[in-house]
Design a protein around this ligand. Structure first.
Ligand SMILES: [Zn+2]
Length: 98
């Protein structure tokens, strides 16, 4: 079972990069196995929309992108001890700046 905060970090990576099949598979699996966590964070619909668009070769719309990044930044800061906006955190795919 994937750690929920790692999944949030994956969404973050996905937001900033092109469709990444490995991250997409992890996210999709997490949506299937652990939908409630994304619902709880209030980002399930946005994540689903992001997955569809990114992997369909589209850019995420600016509004969606900024709402999602605000939400994820707040969530990651809550979940990752000591993380603050602008800091780098360690995720599965490497380090990301939140
Ligand atoms: Zn979860």
């Amino acid at each position: 079972m994937l750690d929920c905060s790692a999944v949030i970090a994956d969404v973050w990576v996905f937001l900033d990069h092109e469709c990444d099949p490995a991250s997409r598979a992890r996210l999709q699996q997490h949506l299937d196995d652990c939908g409630p966590c994304l619902t709880q964070f209030g980002i399930e619909e946005q994540v689903k929309s992001l997955l569809g668009r990114k992997c369909g070769g589209e850019q995420a719309p600016t509004g969606l992108r900024s709402r999602l990044s605000e939400r994820i930044r707040a969530t990651v800061c809550e979940q990752v001890d000591g993380a603050a906006p602008g800091e780098e955190i360690q995720v599965d795919g490497g380090r990301v700046q939140i």
